[in-house]
Design a protein around this ligand. Structure first.
Ligand code: AMP
Length: 426
């Protein structure tokens, strides 16, 4: 493939007809550090048309997309020095591709995943220049995620002028947590200025809470632990659909070990690194975010659970052991926070796909009322506990994009109706 021409374009913003017709779409964008994931939904019924991503931005970018209606997939990789280099270029390439793929594409609204809403944004919010500014002011709280989310927003707002756009916050679901799970035992002034346990993966937890309500309403009204185990990993205690406690804290580093992130670590270790190894903030940040977790523990072998499971090395085994141990330990703590347990849900790439991790986490958890059904777990069924297990154990796919689409539709519809009324009146 060759490089991509980048132009400023206005897409779907100047139609004279009200944008509520059947061919209109909602676009969701999840801009990460080196990737942009996107999905296109029918604006009317939120049926997903397609999903895809550009990954490897800044290195060796590649594109893949899957059309859910035709079942066809597309995959392109660029030669080393070609391809989109920035989020803006990547988004522009995605729009070009979407327009080629979907004839007469009309994007009615755009929804964005934003990792941090700070203290102010507890629910999804319509984007305008002021909100973008407020979200940018939170960059320091999530330096490795928030600026990329905002790069995606800026690129989309430049491209889809006049199209309502919505920010969906990963922290929002947890904001009503009680003080004891919201704070650290640090001087009160730090809490007041926002040094708090925000918790993340909120869109995933919100989606799972909704799924549980559909599938098992009695359990959904009770005490549930959701384990979102992916490249990023955290766990959340949910009571009656509300977040009560979570393992991630101020940053997306705390709690469980992750692909390359450390999870819980004694702050004394950081002092040691600064005082005895002359490591500065950048070096420590690199260590904690990129060199630790499964990758660090496996001696640099991999951050991918599939690779670790297939490896016979002692370090790979140690990494899985630690991962499993921390999940079990947190499960005990979260059950205590809930004062009991009615259901456990595994989700995320590892939670959904690794029979081994689910089996090892639930082994020996009978004291908590969980009895694993090995055959169901191996078969990848939704219910993986036995019929006589007091606690229901489930394996559910998460869908953050669907959650973004729902929020976006809800907030964008009144704006679209207002725009249509203005056009009719003018
Ligand atoms: P996520 O961040 O939720 O997309 O999860 C990505 C992670 O899921 C990958 O890094 C893998 O470690 C893990 N994963 C995906 N498929 C499998 C599988 N079949 N077995 C074990 N782990 C898997």
């Amino acid at each position: 493939m060759t490089s991509v021409e980048v132009t400023d374009r206005v897409v779907g913003s100047s139609s004279a007809a009200p944008r509520t017709g059947g061919s209109e779409a909602l676009l969701t964008i999840n801009a990460g550090s080196s990737s942009i994931k996107f999905a296109l939904f029918d604006a009317d019924d939120l049926d997903r048309r397609l999903a895809g991503q550009i990954e490897g931005l800044g290195n060796a970018p590649s594109f893949r997309a899957h059309d859910l209606r035709s079942g066809r997939s597309e995959h392109n990789a660029w030669d080393a020095s070609y391809g989109p280099r920035t989020h803006r270029e990547a988004l522009s390439w995605i729009i070009d591709w979407l327009e080629g793929h979907e004839s007469g594409l009309q994007v009615a609204a755009v929804g964005h995943r934003v990792v941090h809403g700070g203290l102010h944004f507890t629910t999804p919010v319509l984007l305008d220049a002021h909100v973008v500014e407020q979200l940018a002011a939170l960059n320091a709280l999530a330096p490795l995620h928030q600026p990329h989310n905002l790069a995606g927003i800026t690129a989309a707002r430049d491209t889809f002028r006049d199209v309502p756009q919505v920010a969906c916050l990963d922290t929002g679901f947890h904001r009503a947590q009680p003080f004891v799970n919201d704070t650290f035992a640090l001087p009160r002034s730090l809490y007041d200025e926002g040094v708090r346990r925000y918790g993340f993966h909120g869109l995933s937890y919100e989606y799972i809470a909704g799924r549980l309500l559909d599938l098992y309403p009695l359990h959904a009204a009770g005490r549930v632990i959701v384990a979102h185990l992916g490249n990023g990993a955290s766990m959340c205690a949910v009571r009656d659909g509300q977040s009560v406690a979570s393992t991630m804290g101020f940053s997306a580093l705390d709690g469980l070990p992750m692909g390359t992130r450390c999870g819980q670590v004694d702050p004394g270790v950081l002092l040691y690194l600064m005082q005895n190894k002359a490591m500065d903030a950048e070096a420590i940040s690199n260590l904690l975010y990129r060199q630790s977790g499964l990758k660090g523990l496996s001696g640099g072998l991999s951050n991918d659970m599939r690779v670790l499971e297939a490896s016979e090395s002692r370090e790979a085994g140690d990494a899985i052991d630690y991962f499993v141990f921390r999940i079990k330990r947190e499960m005990g703590g979260l059950a205590a926070a809930l004062e009991g347990l009615d259901a456990v849900v595994f989700t995320g790439g590892i939670g959904e796909n690794s029979k081994l991790v689910r089996q090892r986490v639930l082994q020996g958890m009978e004291w908590l009322g969980i009895e694993l059904d090995d055959a169901r777990n191996r078969a990848g069924e939704v219910v993986i506990s036995t019929d006589r297990s007091r606690v229901l154990a489930l394996r559910l796919a998460t869908d953050e994009e669907a959650m973004i689409a729902r929020h976006t539709r809800r907030l964008a519809l009144p704006v679209l109706a207002g725009q249509a009324a203005d056009r009719a009146g003018s």
